[in-house]
Design a protein around this ligand. Structure first.
Ligand code: NDP
Length: 504
């Protein structure tokens, strides 16, 4: 914590502005400054430009009283919001999707600043967020998703129906790697279901969520339906312990997810946990090697490898191993790493100095334990400041090396060879995570067998990491509990209820 220097406070951010202070919270549509509640004493953390390391602003932190006020605002707004029709909520969600799209330039620019994302990746995130609100706007018009359903019963003296009701107040806690996207995946279905929410963004990327919350409120939502509290893990913990929170949807590390689950147990709060991964990409002997390399680069180095879905364990059939490695090396060495403004940039920095230090320390530990770096990309003078790290490939680590077993969450991929499909599946499934997997093969039948045998929430066959709001997202084992997106994402903010009535 530090004391904020004397710089102006602003409510509406533009990417070029520097020296802003984010309010500690936005409650019932109004920003709450810390001096409003704390007599001028402001606790805050800096917000960095990830490509330069420069402090571009500050984020004031909420305290227990502000977290309580935000949850109470959501609780107070709940009865009226829950009583709106799905069609009314859908109209507002549609409006949010349109406003996000209209504000694309500003949202893209801010993401490029705080995350250092290349323009194309920042733009895709805006499109994904808008598409998610649009999808749930459409689902609000789907009678099957909301209308009560009659039950077929073996007793004709009673009728029965099944219906869904909003869970209540939802605490939404998100990480920094895809701030707009993970937030949209939670807020859109929560609002569609009739829940009110309190969002806690990551302290590294909160300006993006601040903008999104402004857009959401601009769409005309009643005060208190969407609230935001800023701060670190301690603010998240206050939210998860609050007795008026009915549902927690958390995306983050498995370690934090365990704490969230423990906190939720106290009041039997409903939980959805989207956690880490250590996923595999399998290149069969019949694979198109050019395509396999493209998918391997995308799966390991998109967002500088800071993806829960990173397919950073690459398994390559012996027969094509040398060919794959040669082409992979050419592709990795050609990755242009740099600030978002650089020409042809394909990979940005890591989000902050601590994250880069963490990744570098894991690489050092892995190498000390016997892993060897096969090749890596390079950094030029444009990467002198900021939190850059060159992409790196480890060849043939042992199966107990931490670079093979642990989530690195940075631009580090491991490659191992295999001889049979059974061996590839055994190696791919030898993890307590189970988020995603990719198979590259010209043999559709063989790929289909992988689909059923790989233990992962989502399997891509010969495609990049496509995610549509219509599918469901979530993992097995340590990768989490529950599903986001799709109808299941809506249901995760609803309680399933039944009523039986005497026909007489
Ligand atoms: P963390 O688990 O550290 O943090 C995630 C969020 O939870 C942040 O907002 C954080 O606050 C907050 N938080 C931390 N501790 C607690 C707590 N005890 N109670 C409540 N909230 C808490 O993860 P990172 O932000 O470092 O994100 C990286 C991790 O997230 C990776 O392991 C990655 O795999 C996973 N992830 C999973 C995804 C999925 O869909 N499965 C998608 C994206 C990421 P703050 O950071 O501000 O301190």
């Amino acid at each position: 914590m530090a004391t904020i220097p004397a710089i102006p406070e602003i409510a509406t951010l533009t990417a070029s502005e520097s020296g802003f202070v984010l309010p500690a919270a936005t409650i019932a549509g109004a920003p709450v400054r810390t001096q409003d509640t704390r007599d001028g004493a402001q606790n805050a953390t800096p917000i960095f430009n990830a490509s330069t390391g420069a402090t571009i602003g500050w984020q004031a932190h909420a305290d227990a009283s502000l977290v309580d006020a935000a949850v109470r605002a959501a609780h107070a707004a709940l009865p009226a919001w829950r009583a709106t029709t799905a069609a009314e909520r859908g109209k507002l969600l549609k409006k949010i999707a349109e406003l996000i799209d209209a504000d694309r330039a500003r949202l893209t620019a801010m993401q490029m600043q705080v995350s250092g994302k290349p323009p194309i990746e920042a733009d895709i995130d805006v499109s994904d967020a808008a598409a998610t609100f649009d999808y749930y706007a459409g689902l609000c018009l789907d009678a099957h998703a909301f209308a009560p359903e009659a039950l077929a019963l073996p007793d004709d003296t009673v009728t029965g129906e099944r219906f869904y009701e909003a869970v209540g107040v939802a605490a939404l806690i998100v990480p920094w790697n895809f701030p707009m996207v993970t937030t949209a995946w939670k807020i859109a279905p929560a609002l569609a279901a009739g829940c009110t929410v309190v969002l806690k963004p990551s302290e590294f990327t909160s300006p993006v969520e601040h903008m999104l919350a402004e857009i959401i409120n601009e769409a005309g939502l009643p005060d208190g339906v969407v609230n935001l509290v800023n701060g670190g893990g301690e603010v998240g913990a206050l939210l998860t312990a609050h007795p008026l929170v009915d549902k927690i949807s958390f995306t983050g590390s498995t370690a934090s997810g365990k704490k969230v689950m423990q906190a939720a147990a106290q009041d039997m709060k409903r939980v959805t946990l989207e956690l880490g991964g250590k996923s595999a990409l399998i290149v069969r002997a019949d694979a198109d090697i050019e395509r396999a390399v493209t998918l391997a680069v995308g799966g390991a180095f998109t967002n500088a490898g800071q993806m829960c879905s990173a397919t950073a364990r690459i398994l390559v059939h012996d027969d094509v191993y040398r060919k794959f490695m040669a082409a992979f090396e050419t592709a990795v060495r050609a990755i242009v790493v740099g600030p978002p403004q650089s020409a042809n940039v394909a990979m940005g920095p890591l989000v902050c100095a601590a994250q880069r230090a963490r990744v570098q320390a894991l690489v050092e530990q892995g190498v000390q334990a016997g892993a060897s770096v096969a090749f890596s990309g390079s950094l030029d003078h444009a990467c002198a400041d900021g939190f850059f790290m060159a992409p790196m490939v480890i060849a043939e680590p042992s199966v107990d090396n931490l670079l093979w077993t642990d989530e690195v969450f940075g631009p580090v991929a491991c490659v191992k060879s295999f001889r049979t499909d059974e061996e590839a599946i055994t190696l791919a499934n030898d993890t307590r995570y189970g988020l995603v997997a990719t198979v590259v093969s010209a043999d559709r039948e063989a790929a289909r067998r992988y689909k059923t045998q790989l233990r992962a929430g989502l399997v891509w066959i010969n495609t990049p990491q496509l995610i549509f709001p219509q599918i469901c997202w979530g993992g097995l084992g340590l990768s989490g509990i529950g599903r986001e997106l799709g109808l299941a994402g809506l249901r995760s903010y609803q309680e399933l209820r039944h009523a039986l009535a005497d026909v007489g």
